[in-house]
Design a protein around this ligand. Structure first.
Ligand code: CXF
Ligand code: ZN
Length: 365
């Protein structure tokens, strides 16, 4: 049986999404039908939509990978979810492949074989792909159980939809990928919806020097509210930014993060990592084809360079605990959700992101 629902379809690169009635296939083997209650506007989707992301995509497609909702129906073979469960969409964790069986990283083999799962959406007789195999810009979606984490039912959908990517990516980058420790010094380049969560993660880890850097002076107050000890407005800074940061951190930070996707910032983040042991973690997704200029000698001098997707977090197994932390008040997402809108306003929501407005916009259903 097919399910009728409404979805925002991107037909062509960069063209406005169109809200349409679509048909979803009933969940097949290992799949689940979810009623979406909240979906976040993540910057990664903008790059995919505009065609300059290394992730790539097949059009037409329903974008959106940040989402939270309620399980309506499970297909054959799904044993860990049942109707009524509250779930967060996330990158796959099949718990069966070699990568999931290892203790290293969060790259389930389903991720390595591409984000585009089999399309389950039809619009006007045409097959439509779901971004990252999820497609949360729709009232309902069908995806694999591996892409859904079951979480407690008292957590608000808008906040946990942000944990579906942006917030978890930031917090995980600090706590899981970089493993920031108590007393550490941290510099975060870019204080958007991810960078501010890296600051929260660093604060949760007990870092004692946390420097936020942004070209927008308005980001400073929020960074300090969430745990930064210093804010550097790089738009008005006179002189060399790296030199200033090396001074602030007394010779370089234990941990630096780039959360914009800007090559020059990545190079500055590496140069700000302390000689001997500083770890620079790349979190922002740079446009396809852009290359990072790294001096091998910077690495010889003991700096480490690494990257992370989704903060190194495994969704199915680790998100329930992160939701507990949210509900215990260990970090704040309410202050970061700066707009809520219906699905019909999705194009305007992304226009706001292009203008650099707000921190996280959430579609509520
Ligand atoms: C992305 C980051 C780059 C790899 C795919 C997932 N995260 C979400 O926005
Ligand atoms: Zn995202």
């Amino acid at each position: 049986m097919t399910i009728r629902t409404e979805a925002a379809i991107a037909y062509e690169v960069g063209r406005p999404m169109v809200i349409e009635q679509v048909e979803l296939d009933a969940p097949g083997e290992g799949e689940v039908l979810v009623e979406v209650k909240a979906a976040g506007l993540c910057h990664t989707d903008l790059g995919v939509w505009e065609g300059h992301s290394p992730i790539g995509a097949t059009f037409p497609l329903v974008l959106g990978h940040e989402g939270a909702g309620i399980v309506l129906e499970t297909g054959p073979g799904v044993t860990d979810l049942e109707p009524g469960d509250h779930v967060i969409t996330f990158a796959p964790e099949c718990q069966l492949c070699g990568a999931c069986h290892s203790t290293k990283g969060n790259f389930c083999e389903a991720v390595l074989s591409g984000y585009g799962a089999e399309p389950s959406i039809t619009a006007g007789g045409r097959r439509v792909f779901a971004g990252y195999g999820v497609g949360t810009f729709a009232n309902h979606l069908v995806t694999t159980s591996s892409r859904l984490a079951r979480v407690r039912k008292d957590a608000p959908f808008d906040e946990i939809s942000y944990l579906s990517c942006g917030a978890t990516t930031g917090i995980g980058a600090a706590l899981i990928e970089a493993k920031v420790e108590a007393g550490a010094s941290v510099v975060v380049f870019g204080l958007g919806g991810i960078g501010l969560n890296i600051i929260q993660g660093a604060r949760m880890a007990g870092a004692t020097t946390i420097v936020g850097v942004d070209i927008n002076p308005q980001k400073g107050a929020m960074a300090l509210q969430l745990g930064a000890t210093h804010f550097v407005d790089s738009s008005t800074l006179e002189g060399d930014l790296v030199g200033h940061l090396l001074e602030l951190t007394r010779g370089g930070a234990d941990y630096t993060f780039e959360a914009v996707g800007n090559i020059r910032l990545m190079e500055q983040a590496l140069a700000t990592a302390r000689i001997g042991w500083g770890v620079c973690t790349i979190v922002g997704v740079a446009p396809s084809g852009e290359k990072l200029g790294v001096l091998p000698f910077d690495l010889i001098m003991g700096r480490k360079l690494q990257g992370t997707a989704m903060g190194g977090v495994r969704g199915k197994s680790q998100l329930p605990e992160i939701v507990d932390w949210l509900m215990e008040g260990r970090f704040d997402l309410k202050s970061l959700i700066t707009a809520r809108m219906p699905l019909s306003a999705i194009n305007e929501g992304y226009d706001g992101m292009r203008r650099g407005e707000g921190l996280r916009s959430i579609i509520t259903f």
